[in-house]
Design a protein around this ligand. Structure first.
Ligand code: C5P
Length: 285
């Protein structure tokens, strides 16, 4: 019996930093969506906990064994007072430390897969607590649908439906850890700016996003200036409606109306920047 759960890339379409807690965590207001590309988690019953990792970006994972997938499995089993007895296979396709929640998505997919394998029945609040303990982006990844994320990541609310649209994700293959980016952020905090109307199409979504920001962009660029090149490569791609950074970077996304436009832009990026990771994927509704 193998249970397979996809771990789609998380994309912060907007990310406003609205405050900071006394413990240093930042209060956010973010429109989070998902792209139709990601990692895959498979779990099977086993006598003990084991993890095998494969896939095109598996080589980017630290080899110390302290994988967030294992932490997620141990945390769920601990909460259920059970042994974390499962063989987990992670197929990695997303870049690591990249602002698109690869680790968080893997952790959320592990929780979902093991919940089925172990027949776990927890209240929603318990799932959120468990997920938040693994990382601020894990609750939204566990929900797996577009959401307005606030607090440090634990408050999730429904958003107006998003229109059909395509994304090109581009990462310069410079890993960027999240804490230094938050530390490098300067200036006043922003106001929250949730999406109030459902955008009728990709162009209307781009217009709505153009009035909003990712407040971590300047901080991330100060640490990894190549992000500026990624943003301008996306912005100048034919048919790109808008380009922004996701999360704490360095991955940026371009928004496109059609699959053909996105595929052409991704092909152009791959030609001009062979060292970058890039992919076209639908915005998941
Ligand atoms: O929870 P996660 O491991 O994703 O966060 C990594 C780090 O990013 C935190 O230790 C904190 O420094 C920073 N962070 C933050 N505010 C958030 C999320 C993360 O300051 N809302």
């Amino acid at each position: 019996m193998t249970i397979t759960v996809e771990a789609p890339a998380k994309v912060n379409l907007t990310l406003h930093v609205v405050g900071r807690r006394p413990d240093g965590y930042h209060l956010l207001d973010s429109l989070v969506a998902f792209a139709g590309i990601g990692d895959t988690v498979e779990v099977e019953p086993a006598p003990d906990l084991r993890l095998t990792v494969g896939g095109p970006t598996a080589y980017l994972l630290p080899a110390d064994g302290d994988n967030i997938v294992l932490r997620a499995a141990r945390a769920l089993a601990g909460r259920l007072r059970r042994e974390p007895a499962a063989a987990i296979r992670l197929t990695k396709r997303l870049p690591v430390a990249a602002g698109i929640g690869g680790g968080s998505a893997d952790a959320a997919a592990t929780l979902r897969a093991l919940a089925r394998l172990l027949d776990a029945d927890l209240h929603e609040a318990d799932w959120t607590t468990l997920a938040l303990g693994l990382g601020a982006d894990v609750p939204v990844c566990l929900r797996g649908r577009p959401a307005r994320m606030s607090g440090i990541g634990e408050r999730l609310a429904a958003v107006p439906p998003l229109p059909p649209a395509w994304l090109v994700l581009a990462n310069p293959m410079v890993p960027l850890a999240t804490p230094p980016v938050f530390k490098a952020r300067t200036g006043p905090f922003s106001a929250a700016a949730p999406l109030d109307q459902p955008p009728v199409d990709a162009a209307a979504l781009a217009l709505a996003l153009s009035a909003r920001r990712n407040d971590l962009t300047d901080a991330a660029r100060s640490l990894a200036p190549v992000i500026g090149e990624v943003l301008s490569a996306l912005t100048t791609s034919p048919a790109c409606l808008l380009a922004r950074m996701s999360g704490s970077g360095a991955t940026c996304f371009g928004l496109f109306a059609t699959e053909t436009d996105a595929a052409q832009a991704a092909a152009g990026l791959a030609r001009e920047h062979p060292g970058w990771w890039s992919a076209a994927a639908p915005l998941l509704g």
